[in-house]
Design a protein around this ligand. Structure first.
Ligand code: FES
Length: 136
């Protein structure tokens, strides 16, 4: 699969194919993907919210633990908030800002994503890099 040109505000790194656009239903289940966060293996997720894909490292701002209550299930029953399954922190899906719970005011670590030609791409940053096997 060809790499994508970076989105307007992203550094000049190529996009990494993540999933087909149709895999992300509005406020549906997230796609999980492997990354390295600060050099350590980690997981990230992408979901569609208000029509746009948004992605974050799967790591709560309260305790560095994965948040999904089942694999790929991050949203609450009303499909309004990303909810941490451990102590119930609530995050705004569009911004990653914690609006309730023990880490109120903190943020999830965003992963830049873009969508073109029916494909979703993610863009590495200084903090969030491809998994080791893909980085070679
Ligand atoms: S680990 Fe997420 S709210 Fe405590």
């Amino acid at each position: 699969m060809p790499e994508a040109a970076p989105p307007g505000n992203s550094p000049s790194v190529p996009g990494i194919p993540l999933c087909p656009s149709e895999a992300l239903a509005e406020r549906g289940r997230a796609e999980l993907f492997d990354v390295r966060l600060w050099g350590q293996a980690a997981r990230a997720f992408v979901l569609r919210f208000d029509g746009r894909p948004v992605a974050y490292v799967n790591r709560c701002a309260h305790v560095p633990a994965e948040m999904d209550w089942q694999p790929g299930e991050f949203l609450d029953a009303e499909r309004e908030w990303i909810v941490c399954s451990i102590h119930g922190a609530l995050y705004e899906p569009a911004t990653g800002r914690c609006v309730g719970g023990p880490c109120r005011g903190s943020r999830l670590i965003r992963v830049t994503v873009d969508e073109s030609g029916g494909q979703v791409y993610w863009y590495p940053s200084q903090d969030v890099q491809p998994p080791a096997a893909a980085a070679a």
